[in-house]
Design a protein around this ligand. Structure first.
Ligand SMILES: Cc1cc2nc3c(=O)[nH]c(=O)nc-3n(C[C@H](O)[C@H](O)[C@H](O)COP(=O)(O)O)c2cc1C
Length: 182
């Protein structure tokens, strides 16, 4: 079992990193091979809408997404973590998500090697974990549409300073449990 973690926070080492790492730790404890990338440290350009991926089955942009396409195909499970910025995922995460269009065929079937499990991990400054529930459901819907087998979403709420999630042992142990179940 290979589990790929992708962190969409530009604040490396912050709450999102810790939350994603807890999931990966849980997976590793149950024997998974884990790998993690910080999206903000990679060269990921915006999709330019050329739609060449619909004809040639491959994105033409020569950047680090090419490596991530391969990593995603090789993984049994993907964990995507993002802080909420202005009610949605960060720009870094959005760049990555847009580029996943290369996995969608013209008839909307998928080029992904299936099955592929998915976990979404969010962090937010707002202390109410239900504030963005509709948005989290929408994100699950998007990834289900792309044929990912969505396992769960987890949110660490009320995380402003980079260490805040460490004060939430229940959230971190839930994250570990989610990883173990992968
Ligand atoms: C530009 C920016 C926008 C933000 N917008 C929101 C928001 O709309 N709602 C919210 O609850 N928190 C918001 N936050 C707070 C972050 O989501 C929160 O601090 C998160 O835990 C940061 O993750 P990190 O520690 O991995 O960087 C925002 C933070 C920044 C820097």
């Amino acid at each position: 079992m290979k589990v790929l973690g992708l962190i969409g926070s530009p604040r490396v080492g912050g709450n999102t990193t810790k939350l994603v790492n807890a999931i990966l730790e849980g997976a590793a404890e149950n024997g998974a091979e884990t790998k993690v990338y910080n999206l903000s440290g990679l060269d990921i350009n915006p999709c330019k809408g050329c739609m060449t991926c619909k004809i040639e089955s491959k994105c033409v942009i020569d950047d680090d997404m090419q490596m991530l396409y391969d990593e995603i195909q090789a993984a049994d499970a993907v964990v995507i973590g993002s802080p909420i910025y202005m009610w949605e995922i960060t720009a870094q995460t959005k760049l990555f998500v847009d580029r996943l269009i290369a996995f969608i065929k013209p008839d909307f079937s998928t080029r992904l090697n299936l099955p592929k499990k998915l976990v979404l991990a969010f962090t937010q400054g707002n202390p109410d974990p239900n504030t963005f529930k509709q948005y989290f459901d929408y994100m699950e819907g998007l990834f289900s549409f792309m044929q990912f087998d969505v396992q769960s979403s987890i949110v660490a709420a009320g995380t402003s300073n980079p260490e805040d999630v460490l004060q939430q042992p229940e959230t971190l142990s839930k994250a570990k449990e989610i990883g173990k179940e992968l």
